[in-house]
Design a protein around this ligand. Structure first.
Ligand SMILES: NC(=O)c1ccc[n+]([C@@H]2O[C@H](COP(=O)([O-])OP(=O)(O)OC[C@H]3O[C@@H](n4cnc5c(N)ncnc54)[C@H](OP(=O)(O)O)[C@@H]3O)[C@@H](O)[C@H]2O)c1
Length: 334
């Protein structure tokens, strides 16, 4: 069984004055935070928040220097928790990982036991990070919409930011569950891939940020999964069918938005907030069981780009520039 070495490789972001220096460094195990469970990290992934954690005005990093990486999957090499045995394949994401505590872009990490999710049967560590924080958020969005009563007979569901991590995985889950799923994307180059994934139709980004003189437009969508926010949310709210809902998780299109009360009081629609970071561990573990079974995304892993720690700067820059198409997986173990 592997033991924690005194030093290992890590990708570190360090703020120096008004710039952030990023790169692979030797990291001392003594500088890891305390925690019950020590993990050899095999895989991590690149999420939008990871990009923000490595730029000066990203407002995400809360320690300096920081090993970013808001998710990781690997194997337990030491444990003080009786319920998490050495040798267990595990994953972790959210809470303070990669934000206020060192994250997944390092060969080893130490975690509180209450953050650890045993890998569900049927998912490898690589599969788990192919889903990653983005896919978990997509699954949580679908689960919350269905808990409110959504089913495929209710009508079409629109997914925004469709080519990115949250969006594309939401489409892969919804299509597999029998929903008439539509995509909105700003990338013409993504159309063919989205059609192959099974979307019924595609809207342009301009379609879903267009302003309207009316507080309500014709009813179109039974529900929406939105990770874009900004000007997109008003469009979604005024085009939801009676009783519909939007699961809102992100802000790649901006944070503020302006709407009216009319979608809520005349059509009974709902705006459901989605947060994966602070979700309590029991719900997190049970949603991961579902991501391995009934919420498993269609064609898991067919649009994945693998990078090593050395390749992270390009991937982080690309996700911040809105160039995501599918998921970036980080092969941490060498
Ligand atoms: N609440 C949570 O727990 C949670 C968890 C994970 C992620 N998030 C948030 O969800 C969002 C997406 O994360 P992600 O990891 O999926 O990122 P991502 O892979 O970069 O995907 C985001 C997508 O948004 C679209 N987009 C980018 N810039 C845009 C702009 N200016 N206007 C409109 N659309 C734009 C692009 O899709 P198209 O080109 O196809 O339109 C892009 O691929 C982020 O805001 C992230 O912070 C929240």
């Amino acid at each position: 069984m592997t033991h924690l070495p005194a030093e290992f490789w890590a990708f570190v972001a360090e703020r120096i004055d008004d710039r952030v220096e990023r790169g692979v460094r030797v990291f001392a195990a003594a500088d890891l935070p305390s925690g019950e469970v020590t993990v050899r990290v095999d895989w991590s992934s690149v999420n939008y928040k990871d990009g923000l954690a490595t730029i000066p005005n990203g407002r995400v990093a809360r320690i300096n220097p920081l090993i970013p990486g808001i998710d990781l999957a690997g194997t337990v090499i030491a444990s003080d928790d009786p319920e998490i045995e050495v040798g267990t394949p595990v994953l972790a994401h959210g809470y303070e990982l990669g934000v206020a505590r060192h994250g997944g872009y390092a060969e080893y990490n130490r975690l509180p036991a209450g953050w650890v999710v045993p890998l569900p049967q049927g998912l490898t560590a690589r599969d788990a990070m192919t889903i990653g924080t983005a896919g978990f958020t997509a699954g949580l969005s679908v689960a919350r919409l269905e808990a409110r009563g959504l089913s495929p007979v209710d009508g079409p569901v629109l997914v925004t930011g469709a080519s990115g991590g949250v969006g594309r995985t939401a489409i892969a889950i919804l299509v597999e569950r029998g929903y008439e799923t539509w995509a909105s994307t700003g990338k013409a180059s993504a159309h063919q891939d989205l059609l192959a994934l099974g979307v019924a139709g595609i809207l342009s980004r301009e379609d879903v940020i267009a302003e309207s003189a009316r507080p309500l437009d014709p009813e179109r969508w039974a529900a929406a999964v939105d990770c874009v926010g900004g000007a997109t949310l008003p469009y979604l709210l005024r085009t939801l069918r009676y009783g519909g809902a939007v699961a809102a998780s992100g802000n790649t299109g901006g944070a503020p938005f302006a709407t009216t009360v009319f979608p809520f009081i005349l059509r009974g629609v709902a705006l459901i907030g989605i947060d994966s970071a602070a979700l309590p561990i029991a719900e997190r573990r049970s949603l991961w069981e579902r991501l391995a079974t009934d919420l498993r995304p269609r064609a898991l892993g067919d649009r994945v780009t693998e990078v090593t720690l050395d390749g992270l700067p390009e991937a982080l820059d690309a996700i911040l520039a809105g160039q995501a198409h599918g998921r970036w997986l980080v092969r941490v173990a060498v």
